[in-house]
Write a new protein. Structure first.
Length: 188
């Protein structure tokens, strides 16, 4: 993300390990990537085996480079050493010190606070380590679970984009949420 910054991961939270992907994670990654519930609001999936192979190969290749503008990490559930999702932090607008975060989780782990826990850790890095001023996230307006995570993180809904993204041949409405560093330091 910046040339002089060393990798700031892996990150350990109370229940999770956010780390780079490994070849051995394939079965866990494919389990959530092939799930129609997980892919319902995404611009990808549900994945066939070949699509997950391509995704894994791309991410493993990206991991060989540093620095990089976007860091995608596996979300490992520490108690059972299983990858239950992925999370990404990108310095999407370096000139304005802005970044964005995105996440995807195995549906068996929904509604247990894991997405909030993982996203909180990455937003914390974005502000405290990377020096970002603003971090944003977006989701489909029907994805109540995702925008609920954003609200629990103290993010504010800043926009509602009608027909904001073409996903799987249909125009989808999108919400945009964001939080500023000064708000995060005060409440995060």
């Amino acid at each position: 993300m910046t040339e002089d910054l060393k990798p700031w991961f892996p990150i350990r939270t109370a229940r999770l390990l956010l780390r780079e992907l490994r070849h051995s994670d394939f079965d866990d990654v494919h389990a959530y990537a092939a799930d129609p519930q997980v892919a319902r609001f995404m611009d990808w999936g549900p994945n066939a085996r070949e699509q997950t192979i391509e995704f894994m190969n791309r991410k493993l290749e990206e991991q060989t480079r540093w620095p990089r503008e976007e860091v995608s990490l596996a979300v490992e559930h520490v108690a059972d050493a299983r990858v239950i999702g992925s999370i990404r932090l990108a310095a999407s607008d370096r000139d304005n010190l802005a970044g964005d975060v995105g996440y995807s989780l195995n549906s068996a782990y929904w509604r247990q606070g894991y997405a909030t826990e993982a996203a909180r850790a990455l937003i914390d890095v974005g502000f405290k380590t990377l020096g970002l001023h603003r971090i944003w996230a977006e989701c489909d307006t029907q994805n109540v679970g995702s925008w609920g995570v954003m609200q629990r993180l103290g993010m504010r809904r800043e926009g509602h984009f009608r027909d904001g993204k073409l996903i799987k041949g249909a125009w989808r409405n999108r919400y945009l949420y964001a939080v500023l560093a000064e708000e995060w330091i005060t409440s995060g």
